[in-house]
Design a protein around this ligand. Structure first.
Ligand code: NAD
Length: 497
């Protein structure tokens, strides 16, 4: 079954435009729908990771990328986008095989985003100007932005290529070179993408890829002295470890971390729309999305009816082979994660939540890491199922009485990535946008990403923002140049009589 698009049986680092020979440590790459090993990935040790950083450093120093004319870099970006579209089916297939994300969702959701990442920056590159200060008659001051240098780009397994490509496009758009480390469990599509980057004209050494565990490869990458900035998407605990490792080198970090986002449905909501939104908010991408609306807060008057409609729909969601175009939900990404999510469901029930639906493995899916769409009704917000990120298809439903209480519940979280609000009351919509402590507030809609706007979290959901302004600050050094327009007033030391 793995032969539709061939891929190497051993995936290795891509350094300076070359696939490397495998080292001593090989990790299994598993198809989570079957539990079968489909390839292995060679872990880059500290030495090989340093080799990748050195290749990026040299490419940067020699101006192999930043030194190209903007029009040439634009052409490469457009070519990348075109290749990402042309090979979209293959990339989606590899991603699905390796991550268990439904092929339909990956093909129509994540893969177009890969191309759009490069198209966005191709347009932007020639439009960007910096500011000059002309108010002062004595001086002209202007700002130039220079690439930060070598960027470490570390990303997770829940949208491997979509997330890695966002970082690659941004790092390159601002003239940097980079070393990419995607999750060691999902290397297939990101590895294939390296070849497309080269084919599109990205010079050797500009984008390098290393594989391996966070503790070995990731840590070595973050600590390498030539790495100037670390862009990380992943779990909050890992974010903390990365910030700590980056601290001694005073490296800039961008941390896009976990969430426990509230999805507030008020009595004034368009309930059909809110129902679609609540289901998609928690169950799409196999429930593995940082912006999942995992705490569904329902106003008392509409709660009973909403819950019964939600449960009926959740039971009709098609769980199964992610390669099947009719499948809505595939398996969780790996065995350890499956055990974690299952343990969370058991803990919720032990803590006093009522299991409304799901929690088990769908019949016939026992070989893979499947879990049914699950919902629990919770008595209060302090349960672990309300406070800890589960990162699976598990909704915690709570009932509130008035709007103030809904806002308080939504904000009663260590996280602050996203808040969803469903209401047709304008005052509530505006008050919610003001009072919700989250980096992204979505009113009457599910998530839509737009690189022109910031994306990122309050509190434990992150530091920094992806989105054009945040990325510009993150990936560049700002330099203020001051030129005197006439002899400036200066002390004339030693010139006095
Ligand atoms: P993870 O933190 O375990 O791993 C992410 C990446 O970091 C992997 O490549 C991993 O190998 C690497 N890593 C782990 N330890 C490291 C270390 N000490 N040093 C350097 N690198 C290290 O995350 P995951 O389990 O793969 O992904 C799920 C998490 O990602 C969830 O918490 C989810 O909310 C979060 N996420 C956040 C966003 C966002 O934009 N905020 C988007 C997607 C996923």
């Amino acid at each position: 079954m793995n032969t539709r698009y061939p891929f190497p049986t051993t995936l290795t680092s891509y350094i300076d435009g070359q696939w490397q020979p495998p080292g001593a440590t090989l990790l299994p790459v598993i198809n989570p729908a079957t539990g079968q090993t489909i390839a292995q990935v060679a872990q880059a040790d500290a030495q090989e990771t340093a080799q990748a950083v050195e290749a990026a450093r040299l490419a940067h120093e020699r101006g192999q990328w930043a030194g190209l004319a903007t029009a040439d870099r634009q052409a490469v970006f457009r070519h990348i986008a075109e290749l990402a579209r042309r090979h979209g089916e293959e990339l989606a297939w590899l991603e699905t095989l390796n991550s268990g994300l439904p092929l339909r969702y990956v093909t129509h959701g994540q893969m177009p985003r890969v191309a759009r990442n490069f198209e966005f920056f191709a347009d932007w590159m020639s439009q960007n100007v910096e500011k000059a200060g002309t108010q002062d008659a004595a001086y002209l001051r202007y700002v130039v932005r220079e690439p930060a240098g070598v960027a470490a780009l570390i990303s997770p397994w829940n949208a491997p290529l979509a997330l890695a490509s966002t970082k690659i496009a941004a790092a390159l758009a601002f003239g940097n070179t980079c070393v990419v480390k995607t999750a060691e469990t999902t290397p297939l599509a990101v590895s294939r993408f390296m070849e497309l980057l080269t084919q599109a004209g990205v010079p050797a050494g500009v984008v390098n890829l290393v594989h391996g565990s966070g503790a070995v490869t990731g840590d070595a990458l973050v600590r390498h002295p030539a790495v100037r900035v670390v862009s990380f998407t992943g779990g909050t605990e890992t974010g903390r470890a990365i910030a700590t490792a980056a601290g001694p080198g005073l490296k800039r970090v961008d941390l896009e971390l976990g969430g426990k986002s509230a999805n507030i449905v008020t009595a004034s909501a368009d309930l059909d729309l809110a129902l679609d939104g609540a289901l998609a908010g928690i169950y799409s991408n196999n429930g593995q999305q940082c912006f999942a609306g995992s705490r569904i807060l329902l106003q008392r008057g509409i709660a009973d009816q909403f819950v019964s409609r939600f449960v009926a729909r959740a039971r009709r969601i098609r769980v199964g082979d992610p390669m099947d175009a009719r499948t809505d939900i595939g398996p969780l990404a790996n065995a350890a994660h499956h055990r974690r999510v299952s343990a969370h469901v058991a803990a919720a029930v032990a803590d006093g939540a009522e299991l409304l639906t799901g929690g088990g493995c769908p019949a016939g899916c026992e070989a893979g890491y499947f879990i049914e769409p699950t919902a629990v009704l919770v008595p209060h917000n302090q349960l672990r199922v309300c406070q800890e990120e589960i990162f699976g298809p598990v909704a915690a439903i709570q009932v509130f009485d008035d709007f103030d209480q809904a806002i308080a519940l939504a904000n009663d979280s260590a996280f602050g990535l996203v808040s969803y609000l469903w209401t047709q009351n304008l005052n509530q919509a505006m008050a919610g946008a003001q009072r919700l402590q989250a980096g992204v507030v979505l009113t009457n809609t599910t998530m839509t990403l737009d690189t022109r706007f910031p994306f990122g979290g309050y509190k434990q959901s992150g530091v920094g923002r992806e989105g054009i302004d945040g990325m510009r600050h993150f990936y560049t050094e700002e330099k203020t140049v001051t030129v005197a327009l006439r002899p400036p007033p200066m002390e004339r030391l030693g010139a006095g009589g």
